[in-house]
Ligand binder design. Structure first.
Ligand SMILES: Cc1cc2nc3c(=O)[nH]c(=O)nc-3n(C[C@H](O)[C@H](O)[C@H](O)COP(=O)(O)OP(=O)(O)OC[C@H]3O[C@@H](n4cnc5c(N)ncnc54)[C@H](O)[C@@H]3O)c2cc1C
Length: 409
């Protein structure tokens, strides 16, 4: 094998590919490059609200569930930073997302295979290797690992208005919008919407905050034991083997095991609304519109008019807004740089066919694989976009690349 050809090149350094880098680090002789377009690591910086917490156990870090002895665990981070005892005494009900971000940055600083400021803009395959190009260099590798994350979903009526006063929640802190005296509408009844509503409602600045959701109510996440069983290797392997139509039915039914709202956040919002109404004598500042969808947007910056329809017989309502925050979720999209290989990937019903080892079926040589991190919810189930099986999935991919069971999974 040509000495310039690496064993693998991984694109995107979020938690998924960072987990791969951490587990690959002790594997002698394995040569991989991890490329990230951002200048440094930051975990969803637009939503890194100071009060936000992880929705999963701290054991679901980059490595622990596969290798509890790894030096890249969350506990190693706490110990290395001298805060283990204080962390225990603080007894947080859940890890602060800001602290998990510190942990991820700490790991990023210890892995030499990571390169930041490297935006991959094209990839092709020839002479037995993938050739990836960034503005500065070309990287050649036997396998490719896609870990580019999900893309924000923006519903059609809002698209012409995207800008400083209508934007996706993933940009919330980056845009740091002025809310003083403004009528704010948050669209979307999932966790991100809830976190933004809580954040705004805790302050007095916004004139009003209206939360609109298609869901029948503001529904909690199911965090019960049998729901959590869906986030285990045994379950996802069984799920992966099911027929496609059965999978899509299950995905719909299992949605609220991850897409519901953290109970603590719901309680906080409810109490803030109670405070506004009965203690601050400001009833109606917080308004909740469940079972409603925004079907049209009129007006423009400074005075948007949102047409809101419920599933009931009532006439549509018109909601005035100065600022609209779209907490309307994320979806997987094959990154643009994959365009040269797109037609060579196998799809079933429009969806990528993703195998037992998370490699995408394609018409290239079997010894060159394209692995997919966090892009196969349709094939692997509700756990795929979540932190829960990050370490396990990385271990499966590593074992497949190595052709041996380096990590028992
Ligand atoms: C606000 C928020 C909080 C979450 N909290 C939890 C939680 O508590 N528990 C849980 O289980 N899950 C949580 N999730 C879901 C999931 O765990 C995270 O989204 C996680 O970050 C996914 O990791 P990833 O590596 O797949 O993608 P990402 O973290 O999105 O990383 C992808 C990276 O790829 C880079 N990239 C994209 N294209 C290119 C390119 N062409 N070249 C180079 N780099 C590129 C991007 O810049 C990005 O840094 C959360 C999601 C969000 C949005």
């Amino acid at each position: 094998m040509n000495a310039h050809i690496l064993d693998y090149a991984a694109v995107g350094i979020g938690p998924a590919n960072m987990s791969l880098a951490a587990l690959a680090h002790p594997v002698e002789g394995l040569r991989g490059a991890h490329l990230e377009r951002r200048e440094s690591f930051s975990w969803h910086p637009g939503l890194l609200l100071p009060e936000a917490t992880l929705q999963v156990s701290l054991l679901k870090d980059l490595v622990t569930l596969v290798d509890p002895t790894s030096p890249f665990s969350f506990l190693s981070f706490l110990a290395s930073e001298g805060r283990l005892y204080r962390f225990l005494a603080a007894d947080f009900p859940a890890v602060l997302r800001a602290e998990f971000n510190q942990y991820l940055q700490w790991v990023a600083g210890r892995l030499p295979s990571l390169t930041f400021g490297a935006d991959v803009h094209s990839v092709d395959f020839h002479d037995g290797a993938f050739h990836l190009r960034t503005a500065e260099r070309e990287v050649t590798a036997r396998h490719l690992v896609l870990g580019t994350g999900l893309t924000p979903s923006v519903p059609e009526p809002f698209r012409p208005f995207i800008g400083p006063t209508v934007f996706h929640s993933g940009e919330f802190l980056l845009r740091s919008p002025e809310v003083t005296g403004r009528r704010v509408v948050v669209v979307g009844g999932g966790q991100s919407g809830a976190e933004i509503v809580r954040h705004l409602a805790a302050g007095a600045a916004a004139e009003s905050i209206t939360w609109v959701s298609r869901r029948s109510s503001f529904l909690p996440m199911d965090d019960s034991p049998f729901a959590n069983d869906l986030y285990t290797p045994d379950y996802v392997r069984r799920f992966h083997a099911l027929p496609a139509d059965h999978k899509s039915r299950l995905l719909e039914r299992q949605k609220y095991t991850s897409d519901g709202i953290d109970l603590q956040v719901l309680q906080d919002i409810y109490r803030l609304s109670y405070r506004d109404e009965f203690i601050e004598d400001n009833p109606g500042r917080l308004r909740f519109m469940a079972d409603c969808a925004v079907t049209a947007v009129e007006g423009g910056p400074g005075d948007f008019k949102l047409v809101v329809e419920s599933s009931g017989p009532e006439a549509p309502a018109v909601l005035a807004a100065d600022l609209v925050i779209l907490s309307t979720g994320y979806a997987y999209a094959l990154p643009d740089f994959m365009a040269p290989l797109d037609a060579r990937l196998r799809r079933d019903g429009g969806m990528l066919v993703v195998g037992d080892d998370f490699s995408v079926a394609w018409d290239g040589p079997a010894e060159n694989r394209i692995y997919l991190q966090n892009g196969a919810r349709h094939a692997w189930g509700v756990a795929d976009p979540n932190l829960s099986l990050l370490a396990w999935r990385s271990a499966v991919i590593l074992n497949s690349m190595l052709g041996e069971t380096r990590y028992p999974v």
